[in-house]
Design a protein around this ligand. Structure first.
Ligand code: CP3
Length: 343
């Protein structure tokens, strides 16, 4: 189906465009009353993720409500560990929990890997197809995966953590096991993302949410090579690498076979461009907390950000929008970008 608004894809391909496209990480979620209404009627988060009709519905809500230039499929990065054999729970107000974690080589050898694991995620592919049909070409649909290191962090730690010291301990004490696990996760992600592209994802974003807790040397050994493997395997659609907190690795990331690099707010647009070089499209990076300010201040901050990035930019926040963000701040951000024109 031909897209009516393909600004995101033209930008990701490096074409000259009239203004940057805009979408928000976590746009499909608790900021929207319509999302909360759907969510309230369900047994929990997983029911939403695993029911294609409902996942498609909440994926499209921000397109209707906020007029963003892209939809991102409603799902979670934790579906991959689950498909590999570690079921997750989403505990209300606390976040993810894995009752079983990876503790030994035996645990790693038991995992389901690659196409066999990807084949267990039919509900994601179903949601993508339904969303694509229901969007009827209004905007592109973004698919995503967690990065290997970020998924390892959850699979070893078992939950969120400030330090992820249990996961990092594996890197320092048993680097061979860490690499064995990272290889298996990477193989699974590649099979999964190829299915996602086949079922309607127009662009893929890799979330390395815990990149910033690694040292530059650890990042270079345990994260970057696996991200690069995924980038070079996914040739079907453009790929965005978003490594939160890893401004120190921007030079490494700029050498990957990705089209777009996501930035968080800890790096200025100017420094991001300097470190990433001229070739890649940059995405980001307004501090999500800026949206707590009044609409006028948000519009001004958005325009300043757009000026600082210049061309080859996809407007977004520096991380997911916080659930208690006022909707008028979100709308002011989106509209400021949509009213902007490159000189
Ligand atoms: O709109 C979108 O961006 C699409 C949907 C999306 C979700 N999770 C829905 C969700 C995406 C892209 C993710 C990715 C994800 N999940 C990441 C990477 C992005 C990032 O934020 O760095 C991570 C680390 C996770 C793991 C995860 N899932 C956590 C830590 C939590 C709890 C956090 C919280 O805010 O409560 C989740 C749950 C989750 N995933 C929610 C949503 C909308 C909250 C759901 C709810 O309770 O209804």
């Amino acid at each position: 189906m031909k897209l009516k608004n393909d600004l995101l894809l033209r930008t990701a391909r490096g074409e000259a465009v009239e203004r940057p496209p805009v979408w928000l990480m976590r746009q499909a979620g608790r900021i929207l009353p319509q999302y909360r209404a759907v969510r309230e009627k369900l047994s929990g988060f997983k029911e939403l993720v695993e029911t294609p009709e409902l996942a498609a519905e909440v994926t499209i809500q921000p397109v209707d409500e906020l007029d963003v230039d892209a939809a991102i499929i409603f799902s979670d990065i934790l579906v991959i560990p689950e498909a590999m054999g570690l079921a997750y729970e989403m505990v209300e107000k606390r976040g993810p929990l894995f009752p079983e974690t990876i503790r030994s080589e035996g645990d790693i050898q038991k995992l389901v890997v690659g196409e066999a694991a990807a084949a267990r995620l039919g509900y994601v592919y179903g949601a993508l197809e339904l969303t694509r049909n229901n969007l009827a070409g209004r905007v592109p649909l973004i698919g995503f995966s967690g990065a290997p290191w970020t998924l390892l962090a959850y699979m070893v730690e078992g939950s969120g953590s400030k330090t992820f010291s249990r996961a990092k301990r594996l890197l320092y004490r048993e680097p061979k096991l860490a690499h064995l696990l990272l290889e298996k996760i990477t193989e699974t992600i590649i099979a999964y993302l190829k299915e996602k592209a086949r079922h309607g994802a127009d662009l893929i974003q890799l979330f390395d949410s815990w990149a910033g807790i690694l040292s530059p040397a650890s990042y270079r050994e345990f994260s970057a090579p696996y991200l690069q493997q995924i980038c070079s395997a996914i040739t079907e659609v453009p790929v965005t690498v978003f490594a939160k907190g890893a401004w120190f690795a921007l030079e490494d990331i700029s050498r990957m076979d990705c089209q777009v690099i996501g930035l968080d707010w800890n790096v200025s647009p100017e420094e991001g461009r300097r470190r990433a070089g001229e070739e890649k499209v940059l995405q980001g990076n307004l501090d999500p907390c800026c949206l707590y300010a009044g609409p006028e201040q948000v519009s001004r901050a958005a325009r300043e950000m757009l000026e600082a990035f210049g061309r080859r930019h996809i407007a977004n926040l520096g991380h997911g929008v916080y659930p208690d963000t006022p909707l008028d701040g979100v709308r002011a951000f989106v509209q400021a970008v949509k009213n902007y024109r490159y000189k």
